[in-house]
Design a binder for this molecule. Structure first.
Ligand code: PLP
Length: 449
């Protein structure tokens, strides 16, 4: 492909993408396939001779699209959102074209500097304390990681290193391995599995803190565990708080937990993967109060801030890979084309849609709401057995008209309805609910016979 063909194919691809996204709701949101479907559709080996672009693009509809779960369909309500916007896609093209590996300032000054400034913009949007801002002389600052999992791992490794140094300044004879075997980290029993994985990779113990009836960690419970562990000769060194847990979007009580972590010399990391984007709205910012006690904080603009994957920010200056893509370009384009007001409007609209869905559920006495609806996630279930709810979800998934995933809350099988796509509107919510109630009607009719 030379430059002339690239111009032509590039424009065609932009048209294909715009058509795909404009008409996405006509496609079944969830594929109708069995695992292993793809292997039989393409050769077992890479081609020896070059193939034509036309043949490849034909195979996109034949091979790829039938196997796509359409995350940007307005009928996609599963997991948490994957952000997407046209400015981010355009910036991603430019990022690919520049194609630098920005591992140092000299390797790409613009890549290095724009990231620092964009992370400051973001920190200011979230009203993070001054110590999180790089500024011109700051010691804080943010860095773009690929995922929240990486950010949590990095924070844990940094905390581990700090804890070893601290113990060795008091007792220089203690070996690193001796100290490591005594370190203990904590997180909520509602935390994402990536937090536990970070402890496994970091080779330290991790204890799960039981949550209250709103699925939040409280000071007293963490304190009790820390005291027990200290009495047993262990060294508590790290607590990962969650703001917006994956199952139910619950919020740990930072203002209680932060001072405890500071008193105990424990690093407090905050994982706000999904909920973090909402803190750009003043009405949701109080949920972040207590961040001033934290050592590090991460959230995923690629979940809810209209910046396409992969894009995760962690307010610590560290990363595992040497190379870095020029990902801050996406942020620069999105922030400038939406403005803070546009981004706030996006968050508020999606929260309002979640509230609309919540009202529909509450008005139907066959259903119950299972956790407080704070942002864009509604946890609900049919009053009745777990099996009944499992069967309802099975039918929803099989219908392929809407897509949801479940969670477990207090041992109960619960359906999660997350507002995901940028293009979801009220009529999609109404239609989704109509579909759920229709399937429920059929299910209950069958169950009563
Ligand atoms: N933390 C929380 C609270 C999450 O909800 C998720 C994913 O949904 C993650 C971490 C993992 O995110 P990532 O895929 O960016 O590692």
């Amino acid at each position: 492909m030379d430059a002339a063909e690239f111009r032509r194919r590039g424009k065609e691809m932009v048209d294909y993408v715009a058509d795909y996204l404009e008409n996405i709701e006509k496609r079944p949101v969830y594929p109708d396939l069995e695992p292993g479907y793809l292997r039989s559709l393409i050769p077992n080996e890479a081609p020896l001779e070059p193939e034509s672009y036309e043949d490849i693009i034909k195979d996109v509809e034949r091979v790829i699209m039938p196997g796509v779960t359409h995350w940007h369909s307005p009928y996609f309500f599963a997991y948490f959102p994957a952000a997407s916007s046209y400015p981010a896609m355009v910036a991603d093209m430019l990022c690919g074209a520049i194609g630098c590996i920005g591992f140092s300032w000299a390797a790409s000054p613009a890549c290095t500097e724009l990231e620092t400034v964009m992370l400051d913009w973001l920190g200011k949007m979230l009203q993070l304390p001054e110590c999180f801002i790089a500024g011109t002389h700051g010691r804080g600052g943010g860095v773009i990681q690929g995922t929240a999992s990486e950010a949590t791992l990095i924070s844990l490794l940094a905390a581990r290193c700090k804890a070893v140094r601290r113990v060795q300044t008091i007792n220089a004879k203690k070996s690193e391995s001796e100290i490591l075997s005594k370190l203990v980290a904590y997180t909520s029993d509602q935390a994402h599995s990536s937090v536990e994985r970070a402890a496994l990779i970091g080779a330290v113990m991790m204890r799960k803190v039981p949550t209250d009836n709103r699925y939040a960690v409280r000071r007293e419970m963490l304190k009790k565990m820390v005291e027990e562990d200290k009495a047993a000769g262990l060294i508590p060194f790290y607590f990962c708080a969650t703001l917006g847990t994956t199952p139910s979007c619950a919020f740990d009580h930072l203002t209680e937990l932060g001072p405890l972590c500071n008193e105990e010399n424990m690093w407090m990391h905050i994982d706000a993967a999904y909920a973090g984007s909402a803190f750009i709205c003043p009405e949701f910012r109080p949920l972040l109060n207590g961040v001033e006690f934290a050592d590090s904080f991460n959230f995923n603009p690629h979940k809810w801030l209209l910046v396409n994957f992969d894009y995760m920010t962690a307010a610590i200056h560290w990363q595992i890979p040497l190379g870095r893509r020029f990902r801050s370009l996406k942020m620069w384009f999105v922030f400038r084309m939406y403005g803070l007001k546009g981004l706030q409007a996006h968050i508020r609209k999606q929260v309002a849609l979640a509230k609309e869905f919540e009202s529909l559920v509450r008005a139907d006495k066959r259903f119950e709401i299972c956790a407080e609806v704070v942002l864009g996630l509604v946890c609900f279930r049919l009053k009745g057995s777990n099996e009944l709810n499992q069967e309802l979800l099975k039918r929803i998934t099989k219908s392929r008209e809407i897509h949801l995933v479940p969670c477990q809350l207090s041992g109960r099988f619960v359906l999660r309805f997350a507002i995901c796509a940028r293009t979801t509107e009220s009529h999609h919510i109404q239609q989704a609910w109509q579909h759920i109630t229709q399937l429920t009607f059929e299910l209950l009719q069958e169950a009563s016979h």
